[in-house]
Design a protein around this ligand. Structure first.
Ligand code: NAD
Length: 261
């Protein structure tokens, strides 16, 4: 297993892409700290399941990604209990769909905090340890929306473009320390985040559920298929490998051809 003895923190990993990345890293032998919201019983089931299935240590930390102090404490918690944070996956994210003139101000603030500022806070906290050990992998789940826009997603598109810029800055700052920073930018991946935005998109555009899936979501993806969480996780694992040590500051599209158009 290629990641034995590595310790990973994956934000927003109680569901969807983050959970798949946490499981994939654990499968490669990494200890993982999972994070995110959800029902306590199901989170504990995922946590203990990762430990028993893959024979690694798996911790849970419920830090709220809108709260900088909790983010820093989560990284410290991982360093104290696992020994280090070698891999940081900034993945937590939410979506809200609305015309800009009606976009709730508190939703704007929340999306900027969770989808963008939390990435800064987590990297800021994890960087000293990575620099000292001269090894680290920072992976940011960005989005096709870090490269192109869609209407009605002002906060999300802004936050993801911000993450893409931060990724490049961090890559340059850490380039001589054995620490890489890269973005994975999926198109539409079938997860609760996508499922939840269907009703709002139906309302914003006056469409049926099937029309949203086929004419809005999959219309953007030339392959006409959703990306899977396992495909995103496999790229994250590759970015942690030695083969990827010279890949930094990159933003990998995994979007069925969306951003090629
Ligand atoms: P998801 O809703 O399945 O998972 C989101 C995770 O973030 C959950 O674990 C949730 O509990 C956590 N989270 C939300 N608010 C939080 C907070 N304040 N503090 C801590 N954790 C919080 O969504 P997903 O589709 O797996 O999305 C994961 C990431 O992938 C997001 O950054 C999203 O923008 C990005 N992304 C998703 C898609 C897609 O089509 N699903 C496409 C491109 C990018």
């Amino acid at each position: 297993m290629s990641l034995t003895s590595r310790n990973a923190v994956v934000t927003g990993s109680t569901s969807g892409i983050g959970l798949a990345i946490a499981r994939a890293l654990a499968k490669e032998g990494a200890n993982v700290l999972i994070n995110g919201f959800g029902e306590a019983g199901s989170i504990e089931k995922e946590r203990s399941g990762i430990e028993s299935e893959f024979g690694v240590t798996c911790l849970y930390d419920g830090a709220d990604m809108t709260r900088p102090a909790e983010i820093a404490a989560m990284v410290q918690n991982a360093e104290a209990r696992l020994g280090s944070v070698d891999i940081l996956v900034n993945n937590a994210g939410i979506q809200f769909v609305s015309p800009i003139e009606d976009f709730p101000i508190e939703k704007w603030d929340q999306i900027i905090a969770i989808n963008m500022s939390s990435v800064f806070h987590a990297i800021r906290a994890a960087t000293p340890g990575m620099k000292a050990r001269k090894w680290g992998r920072i992976i940011n789940t960005a989005s096709a929306h870090s490269l192109v826009a869609s209407p009605f997603k002002s906060a999300y598109v802004t936050a993801k473009h911000g993450v893409a810029g931060l990724n490049k800055t961090v890559a340059l700052e850490l380039a001589t320390f054995g620490v890489t920073s890269n973005c994975i930018s999926p198109g539409y991946v079938w997860t609760p985040l996508v499922e939840k935005q269907i009703p709002d998109t139906m309302a914003a555009r006056g469409l049926t559920r099937d029309e949203v899936i086929n004419n809005v979501l999959l219309s953007a993806q030339p392959t006409k298929q959703f990306v899977t969480v396992e495909q995103v996780a496999a790229l994250a694992v590759f970015l942690c490998s030695d083969a990827a040590s010279q890949i930094t500051g990159a933003n990998f599209s995994m979007d069925g051809g969306w951003t090629a158009a």
